[in-house]
Design a protein around this ligand. Structure first.
Ligand SMILES: [Mn+2]
Length: 462
């Protein structure tokens, strides 16, 4: 946990922003994987952690803005409960550590909310993303289950987004830590992914590194020779010399700050000539964007810059043709780069995505697009000092998309399908790093990790 003052200060700022009514913060619960008592690893809600730091299930906090009261609702474990889970501090101690004055039994929560409702106080809650919480909010407030989402509080949501979007110095320390554990995972993957091992063997070793770092993985590990499929998790397939492997993974620290990096590397000692050429295009797109990052820069423009660099590179190899600007405007690059350039990162690997991408990554002026490609760009608005984000351009030769668009005659002004045909078994490549936007420009999070083709080969063969 951070110091008590940190949590108190964060809540003071929030209270000034929302002003009146009741703020309801549901913590997360244990969730059964295949039966009730066989749980998924517990992950506390990030907003709950941000304002209270209590990493335990089955809690609520309510802030009454009109009466200036903060109450932690929950139940201390009984000796019988401790038969299973061991010694646990009473909730009063957890409340004290984050500066919340009152603790009440969970059975009092519904009465408290009902009373506030009768008094005409506004009931503010954030967009819930777990079904159990949706049902509880419904029970607590009397709002029918299918109306819980539409009644979420935009004022509360916007206030939380404004705060969590700007990382404090102590958060940056945690993020550096998370990215360094993440880099250790990548170093291990680059050095140990050898001919004949399975994707899962390496992915398992990476998860061990994340757990040994004090937290866990920040999302399920993507480690695959089929990097052309964007979220392809590790399988039991064996990798072989000649394959390239795309590894996109991250650790979160014990305090739940995330890292998220991608490297693409050969299984053999060296990249082949063509692998090296495609890699250099991806890296050029990456470096072009990184060079441009600064406050005020619209991330949608960063995305379009990466698209242009990819088109330029692919034109050089004869896979694309025509005017680069026109090709990007038309969306022809999405045959090779189907997703977004990056996203905010913080306590969530896609930070605050539970609040909706329009509110987190866009503004009233910069609205989220519905076009293929741009619709997967989670962040489009102007960057601010204190933002933390990923940059992750890639080139993906998806054989299904190639066949389909070729058959439709799509983008034939910009795509040389005869050349592209030769790449249908190539795979996919991505390079991803994490950055803090500073008043002067940007700062790489974590210590630098091998990134150029030469550096990757050197690390691999060290
Ligand atoms: Mn990412």
């Amino acid at each position: 946990m951070f110091s008590k003052e940190t949590y108190v200060r964060r809540r003071e700022a929030l209270k000034k922003n929302v002003k009146s009514g009741i703020l309801i913060f549901p913590g997360n619960k244990e969730t059964g994987m295949n039966y009730k008592d066989n749980w998924y690893p517990f992950r506390q809600d990030s907003t709950f952690l941000y304002y209270f730091g209590i990493n335990l299930p089955d809690l609520y906090v309510v802030i009454d803005l009109d009466e200036d009261k903060e109450i932690l609702f929950g139940d201390d474990l009984t000796p019988e409960d401790m038969v299973w889970v061991g010694a646990t501090d009473p909730l009063a101690i957890h409340a004290e550590k984050c500066g919340v004055a009152q603790v009440q039994a969970m059975s009092k929560l519904e009465g408290f909310i009902q009373k506030a409702k009768q008094k005409g106080q506004a009931l503010h809650y954030l967009p819930p993303y777990r079904n159990k919480v949706i049902i509880e909010i419904s029970n607590l407030t009397g709002i029918p289950v299918d109306e819980v989402d539409v009644n979420k509080s935009e004022a509360f949501t916007k206030a939380v987004i404004a705060q969590r979007s700007i990382k404090s110095d102590e958060e940056i320390v945690e993020l550096h830590k998370a990215v360094n554990i993440t880099a250790a995972m990548h170093r291990h993957a680059i050095k140990n992914t050898k001919h004949g091992v399975t994707e899962k063997q390496i992915a398992g070793e990476l998860q061990a590194i994340a757990i040994a770092g004090g937290g866990n993985i920040s999302f399920p590990i993507i480690l695959t020779k089929n990097g052309q499929y964007l979220h392809n998790h590790a399988t039991q397939a064996k990798v072989q010399n000649g394959d390239i492997v795309l590894c996109d993974c991250g650790a979160e620290t014990a305090m739940n700050y995330a890292g998220d990096m991608t490297r693409t590397f050969p299984v053999a000692e060296r990249f082949s000539d063509i692998q090296r050429e495609i890699y250099s295009i991806v890296l050029d797109a990456h470096e072009s964007v990184v060079g441009a990052l600064k406050p005020g820069y619209r991330f949608r423009d960063a995305h379009l810059l990466a698209c242009s660099r990819i088109v330029e590179g692919l034109k050089g190899l004869g896979l694309m043709k025509g005017d680069t600007h026109e090709a990007v405007n038309a969306g022809a690059h999405t045959l090779f780069f189907q997703c977004g350039l990056g996203h905010f990162m913080g306590m969530d690997v896609h930070d605050m995505e539970n609040f909706g991408e329009q509110l987190v990554g866009y503004t009233d002026k910069v609205k989220k697009s519905t076009e293929f490609g741009l619709k997967s760009l989670r962040l489009g608005k102007e960057l601010e000092a204190g933002n933390v984000l990923t940059v992750e351009p890639g080139i993906y030769f998806n054989p299904f998309l190639i066949d389909s668009w070729k058959a439709q005659g799509k983008y034939t002004d910009f795509v040389n399908y005869d050349e592209v045909e030769k790449f249908k078994t190539f795979g996919g490549m991505r390079v991803e790093e994490d950055f803090l936007i500073t008043t002067k420009g940007k700062e790489l999070l974590g210590n630098p990790l091998a990134k150029t083709a030469d550096e990757i080969e050197e690390l691999k063969n060290a």
